[in-house]
Write a protein that binds this ligand. Structure first.
Ligand SMILES: [Ca+2]
Length: 145
């Protein structure tokens, strides 16, 4: 049981750490916030970062639940806040069985790549390209099992 829960616990701890010790201050030089959020609800399901290795400004993805099972509702983010289109360079996806479809265009359209867990740099060709995101059951993500 401990082994099964461990990856989720590690990712949850990392996400808490990112919240506590992530970017400090309230705004960047252009006035945009260092930590922005998208989605409604109290459950943090993913974090996107401006730079690789979880650096720079952060975008937090919130949902009304945190489940990623074959039957649970997916966490859909059809657009990103102003300044966040084509900007994300690294991500952390929620633990357990969660992974994400990351799309080139808004409304979860266009070319797509699957990611999960810690993504310190986006897959080749996907830096500064994400425009929408779907966090969901990650059948392709063996480390989430
Ligand atoms: Ca794009």
């Amino acid at each position: 049981m401990f082994q099964r829960l461990r990856p989720a616990a590690l990712i949850a701890a990392a996400m808490c750490t990112a919240l506590l010790f992530g970017p400090t201050g309230t705004a960047q030089a252009d006035g945009s916030p260092l930590i922005a959020r998208v989605g409604s609800g109290d459950h943090l399901v993913a974090i996107g970062y401006e730079h690789s290795d979880y650096g720079g400004a952060a975008l937090q993805f919130f949902s009304d639940h945190s489940d990623c099972s074959p039957t649970s509702r997916t966490h859909n983010f059809d657009t990103f806040p102003p300044g966040w289109n084509d900007r994300i360079s690294s991500m952390r996806i929620g633990g357990g069985t969660c992974g994400a479809y990351a799309f080139d265009h808004i409304n979860r359209h266009g070319p797509m790549v699957t990611i999960g867990g810690y993504v310190s740099s986006m897959p080749a060709g996907w830096n500064d390209r994400l425009s929408s995101l779907e966090v969901t059951y990650a059948w392709w993500w063996p480390r989430a099992r």
